[in-house]
Design a protein around this ligand. Structure first.
Ligand code: ADP
Ligand code: MG
Length: 255
């Protein structure tokens, strides 16, 4: 049975006089991908930050399952089951794939975010004491498609593999809800195809919000779409509904 894992209710974020996000509501269902599209400056990243706790909303509410997490710190929201990626990658370049993912898996046990200013992994130790951590680590590497790359140095990998790694790190915290901010940005055709396949693999077990500019990927993946312009929702619905919407045609798709 489908369930709503995250519900944002009329969230607004003001920066001074600017309403970067204005009364936006969105429900994320397990097993569904909800895409958020719109031109630069529409408020997509700000919306992501409101759901993850990176920014507190000016008004509105965010429910994670039945829990009102409005105003919670991002680490606390993360422990409650929300994982996110950033528009810019957030990985440790000198470390291997395995070490990066281990760090993310252990950060959950340490009940801390993987902030290098506060915490640094003990990369000399090859033992992982906690079996649950080890299992999370293995399944994150496997699911992200990096099984054969575990000893690769992150900084020497392609852009596409670095984005896969970032998703592996997010998965290592075992989120139910995934917020992905432009996971296909800067990718070539083959890399983008691989990422689309990865998102298909993640879909059954997660509720996913996908912010993305690649319309082929969006229309291939999304079950529902929200179109934002200047902080407002101008349309929402299934891909065919949104494609047929005259306002969207004029404001965004413009084809
Ligand atoms: P998108 O991700 O859709 O490109 P953003 O959410 O990044 O859009 O930005 C939405 C609007 O909010 C833009 O006008 C941007 O300049 C503004 N904005 C974003 N973050 C901040 C901030 N921290 N302070 C002030 N203005 C911001
Ligand atoms: Mg953005």
């Amino acid at each position: 049975m489908a369930e709503v894992l995250l519900s944002a209710q009329k969230v607004t974020k003001r920066f001074g006089g600017l309403a970067a996000v204005n009364g936006v509501s969105v429900d994320l269902w397990r097993g569904k991908i909800h895409a958020v599209i719109g031109p630069n400056g529409a408020g997509k990243s700000t919306l992501t930050n409101l759901l993850s706790g990176d920014l507190p909303p000016t008004s509105g509410q965010v429910l994670l399952g039945a829990t009102d997490v409005t105003g919670w710190a991002p680490e606390r929201i993360s422990r409650q089951g929300l994982g996110r990626s950033y528009q810019k990658t957030n990985i440790f370049l000198p470390l291997t794939v395995h070490e990066n993912v281990r760090l993310a898996a252990q950060s959950r046990d340490a009940q801390q975010p993987w902030n290098p200013l506060r915490w640094w992994p003990d990369t000399r130790s090859d033992t992982i004491k906690n079996r649950a951590t080890s299992a999370r680590l293995e399944s994150a590497i496997e699911l992200s498609g990096l099984k054969d790359r575990r000893t690769a140095i992150a900084g020497a990998m392609s852009h596409g593999e670095q984005r896969q790694l970032e998703i592996a790190m997010t998965l290592a915290t075992e989120p139910q809800v995934l917020l992905l901010d432009e996971p296909l940005a800067g990718m070539g055709v083959a890399e983008a195809e691989r990422m689309v396949e990865l998102l298909q693999r993640l879909k059954p077990a997660h509720a996913i919000m996908l912010v993305e500019h690649d319309m082929d990927a969006v229309f291939a993946l999304a079950d529902r779409l929200t179109v934002m312009v200047n902080g407002e929702v101008i349309a929402h619905g299934t891909p065919p509904e949104v494609r047929a919407d005259a306002t969207v045609q004029a404001a965004y798709l413009g084809e």
